[in-house]
Design a protein around this ligand. Structure first.
Ligand code: TXA
Ligand code: MG
Length: 335
């Protein structure tokens, strides 16, 4: 099939494709999603095929009005209500016990379903004109999530029906995922809504070990997505933890012509090798916004090794850390 690129004023066309069981990539405020009718099992199965995604990795269902969640879940506890009121529409996904309308293809056989109410007006309008949409990030399984329409096209060209080009995504990393199917709630994936914000709203929140560490061999994945290789460019990513001077010293004594530094603006003047900056050292929102483009740029420029400056682990930085440590295969060199 030939993939059509649609402009934001062609959302009706995209809604028709969805209603006929097709696949449309849509912008959200986090990353681009690859959407299909969440209640159509064949359409959902086609998402897995287009991405090359393992069938045991469940999908998020996207809604455009709070009321839609009541038909999708079998329980809606008080803490879910508080989070929805505070952070929706926005970059937060909640996991709750599913209702029987959710096809097994969406929940990958689990008894729960992940639901998100995005704030991006194009995504919301597409949902309003069609139905709740199952949508994973619109990249090939394993590569960095797409934050603009060109990233989607590079991965999905002629594998999906259409892409709505809504420009660059705001947040740049995927939504925060929290499960409320247990108490206390557990953070499964950090994102634009931080652990600090969640705790302020609902009290105790456990951070799952898989946010920081590779999944232990004897443990079932709490969120199946966490057991797969992720966010990885073809280049070998090496994470370096240390201040600006130690980072420069290490990179300057180890680089060759195929090496780039993935760094902060402040690092640039001390570096002798090629560099890709993700923003100023304390501007975490800009860093999140640019991270996936930077990883894709490293491949486009043909670098074989990327030395990345290791981020911290509080606030929005935790989301950046979580992605980059996966891109680096969980290895950090302490400087
Ligand atoms: O920002 C986002 O969340 C983007 C945009 C498109 O909305 N979507 C996204 O979807 O990142 P995806 O499929 O790439 O990541 C969803 C993650 C996966 O790690 C998956 O395993 C987990 O959420 N997940 C989905 N349903 C789950 C469930 N019922 N229980 C546990 N984890 C679940
Ligand atoms: Mg993904």
């Amino acid at each position: 099939m030939e993939t059509q690129i649609l402009s934001p004023d062609e959302i009706e066309k995209a809604a028709l494709i969805i209603k006929r069981g097709g696949l449309v990539a849509m912008p959200t405020e986090t990353v681009y999603g690859l959407a299909a009718d969440a209640l159509n099992p064949e359409a959902v199965a086609a998402i897995f095929k287009a991405k090359g995604r393992p069938m045991d990795n469940p999908l998020i269902v996207h809604i455009s009005e709070l009321e839609q969640i009541y038909g999708l879940v079998s329980e809606f506890p008080e803490k879910a209500r508080i989070l929805a009121e505070k952070f929706w529409p926005g970059p937060l996904t909640v996991i709750l016990p599913k209702s029987e309308v959710i096809p097994d293809e969406v929940s990958a056989g689990l008894t729960t379903v992940a639901v998100r109410f995005p704030s991006n007006p194009i995504a919301r309008r597409l949902i309003s004109l069609s139905c709740p949409l199952a949508a994973p990030s619109a990249n090939l399984s394993g590569s960095p999530s797409p934050t603009n329409a060109r990233h989607v096209y590079d991965d999905m060209k002629n594998r999906i029906d259409a892409i709505i080009d809504g420009g660059e995504c705001d947040v740049g990393v995927e939504s925060t995922v929290i499960t409320l199917a247990e108490d206390p709630p557990r953070l499964l994936r950090p994102g634009g809504i931080t652990p600090e914000q969640l705790r302020e709203a609902i009290g105790e929140v456990i951070i799952d070990d898989a946010v920081f560490n590779p999944l232990k061999a004897d443990r079932a994945a709490p969120s199946p997505g966490m057991k797969y290789k992720h966010y990885s460019p073809r280049a070998d990513v090496v994470l370096l933890r240390g201040d600006i001077n130690r980072f420069a010293e290490y990179v300057n004594s180890h680089y060759d012509k195929d090496t780039a530094a993935l760094c902060y603006d402040e690092d640039i003047q001390g570096l002798r090798c090629e560099h890709i900056s993700i923003g100023r050292a304390h501007d975490y929102n800009t860093q999140a916004h640019r991270l996936f483009t930077a990883l894709r740029t490293a491949d486009e420029r043909g670098f074989k090794k990327v030395y990345a400056h290791c981020p911290g682990t509080s606030g929005v930085e935790l989301a950046i850390y979580n992605r980059i440590i996966r891109a680096a295969g969980f290895e950090v060199i302490e400087l």
